[in-house]
Design a protein around this ligand. Structure first.
Ligand SMILES: Cc1cc2nc3c(=O)[nH]c(=O)nc-3n(C[C@H](O)[C@H](O)[C@H](O)COP(=O)(O)OP(=O)(O)OC[C@H]3O[C@@H](n4cnc5c(N)ncnc54)[C@H](O)[C@@H]3O)c2cc1C
Length: 446
């Protein structure tokens, strides 16, 4: 008899598990309480990158005069900017729906609960399956004094749905979502202030990237306040925010975006599989402590990126299908910030590498000293390598296309390559990838 898999949630982790499970011959039911495609398609990756592509275009038009193109940026039709974003979301959602349909997945609309008999309850019905995959994603962390209405006090959800360009915006949190939204709204003409509690933007990445992000945003007129916290927000539009850093100040803003992180959001579960941090506990093969119950994606609290969820989806189906696999923790997870220039990173930051190993060596090469930089006029950015002895263990990039080029580092590290292997590999000229080779050259010759 065909074994059944029930998948809860249709984001990258859920829909990929469902489609692959069905293609492997399982009888698959996918339960979704909201819109197909999850955060990635509807409120995360796809819409934010559609907006950022418009920001890049607006900035290019502003700078076109320097290169001899007399293109005046007369105005921004924000409703069409949002329409363009909606189009991208719709195409992405249709792609997911097509993949599910063609794979033969049955979709049930409704909110799923998992009871202590390992049954899924949805719309008053009780469903049974040999395998249950929890893929219910994550939700934004909201500071306790903020009353989010997604119109004026926003999370990422409201930030991509505004109807007009705000005069001013306070972004609380300088992680990748905060940096991307600061980039977008400053390109639209909003006066943006970013407040970050730690000492630099993008605090989980190599510190060189945070510094580059800070310079990039400052060039666009964004005010950056690091090492400070927002302790309260009061009043109505304009909102009064109290900032506490080296000094206490009160500033006024039309909109406030809270981007201080995300937390796992498991469904209602009557099984002992939730960690203290609220994630579903999984091993490397995506199994929870309860046999037949698995979890993938943001709900596991591991990585919290769409490509992490995709990889875990493949691992969980291989696990259920009894195909051998490496287990999740052995994989490197590249990360990207889709500003212009882009920021990307994989492996160890210099700071983390030095905590772990004694023989850490690093080298950087600036984009401004690169043939490609001369020809395009791109002055900002760098490539940085982190090595343990001769082995490449970290790569950090700031340049156009960095989120694609980072794959050179990901592959090099997956295969355990050395800095000599990087130098020995021919890099096309003139490209931004040459900055990686130049940084590697420095390490060989140091
Ligand atoms: C602004 C923003 C930008 C981002 N940009 C990027 C990026 O550029 N690159 C990248 O890799 N990642 C990015 N991410 C992260 C990425 O979106 C997530 O890592 C990814 O969506 C996680 O996928 P998932 O399958 O775990 O869950 P989700 O995409 O969160 O999907 C979970 C689904 O489960 C459903 N669900 C929840 N509970 C139930 C229930 N009880 N019953 C039925 N259905 C339920 C939800 O409705 C949702 O559809 C971004 C996130 C945000 C917020």
């Amino acid at each position: 008899m065909t074994e059944r898999i029930i998948v809860i949630g249709s984001g990258p982790g859920g829909y990929k598990s469902a489609a692959l499970g069905a293609k492997r011959g399982f009888d698959v039911i996918l339960v979704e309480k909201n819109t197909i495609g999850g955060v990635c398609t509807n409120t995360g990756c796809i819409p934010s990158k559609a907006l950022l592509s418009v920001a890049e275009l607006a900035d290019s038009i502003k700078g076109a005069g320097r290169k001899g193109i007399n293109a005046a940026q007369e105005s921004i039709d924000f409703s069409r900017v949002m329409k363009n974003k909606k189009r991208a979301v719709k195409i992405s959602r249709k792609g997911v729906e097509k993949e599910l349909k063609e794979s033969g997945v049955e979709i049930i609309r409704g909110e799923a609960k998992l009871n202590n008999n390992k049954e899924v309850e949805v719309n008053g019905e009780t469903l049974e399956a040999e395998h249950i995959i929890i893929a219910t994603g994550s939700e934004p962390v909201v500071l306790p004094f903020l009353k989010v209405d997604e119109k004026n006090i926003l999370t990422n959800k409201g930030a991509i749905e505004l109807e007009s360009i705000p005069e001013s915006m306070l972004i609380i949190g300088g992680g990748y979502i905060g940096v991307e939204m600061a980039f977008f709204y400053s390109s639209m003409g909003t006066s943006v202030t970013v407040v970050e509690l730690l000492d630099s933007l993008l605090p989980v990445m190599d510190s060189s990237l945070g510094k580059e992000a800070e310079s990039m945003l400052k060039r666009k007129g964004v005010k950056i306040i690091t090492g400070a916290k927002v302790s309260s927000v009061e009043g109505k539009k304009p909102f009064k925010a109290v900032l506490e850093g080296s000094q206490k100040e009160e500033l006024e803003f039309e909109k406030i975006l809270c981007s201080v992180g995300r937390k796992p959001s498991p469904p209602d579960i009557d099984l002992d599989i939730i960690s203290e941090k609220g994630s579903v506990i999984t091993d490397d093969f995506m199994k929870t402590p309860v046999e037949g119950v698995y979890a993938v994606g943001d709900v596991t609290g591991k990585g919290m990126l769409a490509h992490t969820a995709y990889k875990q989806a493949k691992i969980v189906i291989d696990t259920i299908d009894k195909k051998s696999n490496r287990g999740f923790s052995n994989y490197l997870i590249p990360a990207g910030v889709f500003t212009h220039p882009e920021i990307a990173s994989v492996g160890f930051s210099e700071e983390d590498a030095k905590k772990e190993y004694d023989d850490v060596r690093t080298a950087s090469f600036p984009i401004s000293a690169l043939g490609r930089g001369y020809s395009t006029g791109e002055r900002a950015g760098l490539a940085k390598l982190v090595c343990k002895g001769d082995e490449v263990i970290g790569m950090h990039l700031v340049c156009p296309g960095a989120t694609d080029i980072i794959m050179e580092g990901t592959l090099a590290m997956e295969k355990g390559l050395t800095v000599s292997d990087v130098v020995d590999t021919i890099h096309p000229h003139p490209t931004y990838s040459e900055a990686i080779k130049e940084a590697a050259d420095k390490l060989i010759n140091s």
